[in-house]
Design a protein around this ligand. Structure first.
Ligand SMILES: Cc1ncc(COP(=O)(O)O)c(C=O)c1O
Length: 388
């Protein structure tokens, strides 16, 4: 009866070293429909592969909102030191890192959860709190990772349109129903770069019932926090608000996978009941600790970003390209047609520059470019000028 499932025993491991998978009817019984219908996340293609395919010597990657300055200096030292201990499991409580974050934000370690990227924490929140008919309510044109995680959980995702490239909080509040369990807000928003203002947030949160959780994804917090009208969610301490931040963007540690969440200790306690015990790994934990100490690095990062933003905006204006004001380390441009997006993407690739088309985000006429180092921004502008 189970012969088909056992590819070793049945000998269905054929001569080409390929698996012979199940017939359609058996496959339908195996995989839940919501997984069958899911399209996996499409990351940018590896630059090594692109070099080979297009015959380009090297690429600059302005597609993933990473920090082109590279990791803070103390990180490699901390990692080298910790390497002798990697035959052991990580500290499951990540106590040193949680303590350091608690000191930074004037909270208790019990208010903090850490994970392999903030995306892992979003996944933990979904697995902890969503059940039955519970729905997640958010906007169109926001971080696609969330759409995927909700659908992968078999849960219903409800979205309202963006308003002038911003979260439409009135429409979101009006869409809360008896099944709404989580509201996801991204501030600043990826990919538009826009923010929800203080007044808007304060009006909105009054309309959210206490059993509805609000995820405030502040992955780009460090680039926006100096604006007086940016609502730093940690200043409010609502019992139903979970703040998410990451070491992947301003802190330059995307490859290590490290993010954290801050919330009431009861929420964190529930999340820790389902969290994989040994996330994040040892090297990510020590790297995070080292990165937190390097405040000068964050200042340099924010300064480089502000200068790069000014440079890019000047050139977009000169070229007549519509761009959206950004509070993050990227800028969204609107090229008005899908054909222009395709030609621009391909034309830039041929010149060794990768930026992000936003079809997957539901914005098919738009592209997002990460603000890089001066020489990267210059190379991008030079390549763009050749195409326009
Ligand atoms: C808004 C937002 N949230 C979360 C993430 C995921 O970050 P991490 O690398 O911490 O998983 C990203 C990454 O692009 C993002 O843009």
């Amino acid at each position: 009866m189970y012969a088909n499932l056992n590819y070793f025993a049945s000998g269905s491991h054929n001569n080409n070293n390929e698996y012979n998978f199940l017939e359609e009817s058996a496959k339908r019984k195996l995989v839940p429909t919501h997984i069958e219908n899911l399209s996996p996340y499409k990351p940018g293609r590896p630059t090594k592969e692109l070099c080979q395919e297009l015959g380009v010597k090297s690429f600059i990657n302005l597609a993933s909102n990473e920090n082109s300055l590279g990791a803070p200096k103390g990180v490699s030292r901390a990692i080298n030191k910790a390497i002798s201990g990697i035959h052991c499991y990580p500290d499951a409580l990540a106590l040193d890192l949680r303590l350091a974050l608690a000191q930074k934000y004037l909270v208790k370690p019990q208010n903090i959860t850490v994970g392999s990227g903030s995306e892992s924490i979003i996944s933990n929140i979904i697995r902890t709190f969503l059940h039955g008919n519970n729905e997640v309510l958010t906007s169109e044109g926001t971080f696609v990772g969330v759409y995927l995680l909700v659908k992968a959980n078999g849960s219903r995702l409800v979205t309202v349109p963006l308003k002038n490239y911003c979260f439409d909080l009135e429409a979101i509040a009006d869409s809360i129903n008896k099944n709404t369990k989580i509201i996801y807000l991204c501030n600043p928003n990826n990919p538009t770069g826009q923010i929800i203002g203080k007044d808007e947030f304060e009006q909105f949160i009054k309309k959210v019932p206490p059993h509805v959780l609000v995820i405030l994804d502040e992955a780009y917090y460090e680039f926006a926090c100096d604006y007086s009208y940016f609502p730093d969610s940690l200043n409010y301490r609502y019992d139903n608000v979970l703040t998410l931040r990451t070491f992947s963007k301003a802190y330059g540690l995307a490859g290590l996978r490290l993010g954290y969440g801050l919330a009431h200790e009861c929420l964190i306690d529930y999340i820790h009941r389902i969290k994989l015990p040994f996330e994040p790994n040892t090297l990510a934990q020590v790297a995070g600790l080292a990165a937190l100490k390097d405040t000068a690095y964050i200042e340099r990062t924010v300064q480089n970003n502000a200068q790069g933003k000014e440079f890019l905006i000047k050139h977009f204006d000169a070229l007549g390209i519509e761009h959206v004001p950004s509070y993050a380390n990227f800028i969204m441009i609107n090229l008005e047609t899908e054909q222009r997006v395709k030609l621009t993407y391909e034309g830039l690739l041929r010149q060794g520059v990768v930026i992000r088309p936003l079809t997957a985000f539901g914005l098919p006429t738009c592209m997002r470019v990460t603000i890089g180092l001066p020489r990267e921004n210059e190379k991008f502008v030079k390549a763009l000028k050749k195409l326009i």
